[in-house]
Design a protein around this ligand. Structure first.
Ligand code: CMC
Length: 431
């Protein structure tokens, strides 16, 4: 962050204030308003943070107009085609691509942390069988704070590192067990000879009664889904993790907060909502009705899997995800799936509609990820847990970055108060 010679001039109530301007390595300049309140006695107002940089970071960069997503400078399409998820995890956590021995050591570390404390099974058993797997994940990840006391001291860098490894390693087991619990099948333990994605598929789909062969194309597609969701700058769930951890809360509690935020349909819940929408539409002849509803200001309905706060031309993750969807559907010989037909036609009709073009609404990553996950055999309720699993490395990297930052202080937004001013309490018999 370099301070420009230029500054912004703000006139408030007749007084002029000079505000420093900082230049990032990429992206728009930022105006430093940290001293604004103490100097001028006013707040800024930005609900939804549409114009506010909440932190500085070196992890992920997005250019929404260009449709660019970089992790530590590397474009997402290169990472998705040339790298693999655990290498991307290393890159996120440590800032550089690993050499062969660093990667091997990192993969071994993650592999050796995949089992859950056996007692944690009882947490699952306390849930109803029809509990949403995200509800289970919020609970179980939060409960990790009660099991891994030796990695909750946020002031110890070594403990922070162990917590990061544990979260990345155990999340596939936690998500797979949420699924197994839901289906009533026995929990499947992780296996150290499998790669990260294959291990997850096996923990979800194998049963003790017969061996499960992981299809390498499906495992590659799964790994790519993890990579494409690994991090996305200061989105709602990442900002939640940062805000939760700014109070000094332990990492497991903070990541549980991130999972809770991700659950919502405007964020990670969109992939489930998208598939449910495709199911509700049902057939291609009903698409115009739904497009009309999405355009109707008096109807709250939105096309799920369309639009993005930052991307205003295309979502680069969606481009890769679409290719992956084609590969998986081809492998599985799925062509006549009604939801897929609705998805393809909906995409075509929406992209040709001036409403979506004018508002710069394009299919986002969630439009295609749900189609692949369904083809792989996952129920829609597992889509968001898989997003949470993938995003854990992003949350953890941003959390580590924040805790190590000497400027870190508790997040405490202010407000534009529009309520009553002071008034006297009225006794109940007089109201
Ligand atoms: N269908 C119909 N209209 C839409 C849609 C949509 N999916 N998305 C935005 N619009 C309209 C919206 O009504 C508004 O119109 P107007 O200016 O006339 O009031 C305009 O486009 C701008 O919308 P906004 O809500 O102000 O934009 P935002 O940046 O706050 O919202 C969004 C971004 C992703 C929440 C929104 O596009 C949306 O709700 N999309 C559907 C949910 C979805 O797919 N979410 C996944 C996002 S990608 C994965 C992730 O990051 O978690």
């Amino acid at each position: 962050m370099t301070e420009n010679k230029k500054s912004a001039t703000l006139n408030v109530h007749g007084e002029t204030y000079e505000l420093p301007i900082f230049s990032p390595t990429a992206g728009p300049d930022v105006i430093d308003i940290r001293k604004l309140y103490s100097n001028a006695g006013v707040f800024t107002y930005d609900p939804g943070f549409t114009s506010t940089a909440s932190c500085d970071s070196t992890i992920t960069y997005i250019d929404g107009d260009k449709g660019e997503l970089l992790h530590r400078g590397y474009p997402i399409d290169q990472l998705a085609s040339k790298s693999h998820f655990l290498e991307v995890c290393y890159l996120m956590l440590y800032g550089e691509l690993p050499n062969a021995s660093d990667l091997e050591e990192f993969e071994t570390t993650i592999t050796r942390h995949t089992m859950l404390h056996e007692q944690m099974q009882y947490f699952y058993r306390g849930f109803r069988r029809d509990a949403h797997p995200m509800a289970i994940m919020v609970g179980v990840v939060g409960a990790m704070s009660a099991f891994y006391h030796d990695s909750t001291d946020i002031h110890d860098p070594r403990q922070r590192e162990i917590a990061s490894h544990r979260l990345i390693a155990k999340m596939p087991t936690i998500a797979a067990w949420a699924y197994k619990y839901h289906t009533g099948q026995p929990f499947v333990y992780p296996r150290n000879d499998l790669d990260y994605a294959s291990n997850f598929l096996r923990m979800c789909f194998s049963v003790p009664a017969e061996e499960y062969e992981v299809n390498p194309i499906l495992s590659r597609a799964m790994d790519r889904i993890f990579t494409l969701h690994a991090d996305h700058e200061q989105n709602a769930s990442t900002s939640t993790v940062r805000l939760a951890s700014s109070s000094g809360a332990n990492p497991f509690a903070c990541i549980a907060a991130g999972i809770a935020c991700l659950w919502g349909p405007a964020h990670g819940g969109a992939n489930q909502a998208c598939l449910e929408m495709l199911e509700e539409i049902g057939s291609v002849d009903r698409i115009p009705e739904y497009i009309a509803r999405a355009k109707d200001k008096d109807d709250p309905f939105r096309l799920m899997g369309f639009g993005h706060r930052v991307y205003k031309n295309f979502d680069p993750r969606a481009t890769v995800m679409k290719q992956s969807a084609d590969e998986v559907l081809d492998l599985l010989g799925i062509e006549n799936n009604p939801k897929l037909q609705v998805a393809k036609e909906l995409e075509r009709e929406a992209l040709e509609d001036p409403y979506f073009a004018e508002k710069k609404l394009f299919p986002n990553v969630d439009f295609y990820s749900g189609i692949i996950l369904e083809a792989m055999g996952f129920p829609t309720s597992m889509f968001t847990p898989i997003f949470a699993l993938s995003r854990t490395v992003g949350w953890v990297s941003q959390w580590k970055e924040m805790i190590a930052d000497p400027q870190n202080k508790i997040g405490r937004p202010r407000q534009l108060y529009l309520g009553e001013t002071e008034r006297d309490y009225v006794d109940i018999e007089k109201r």
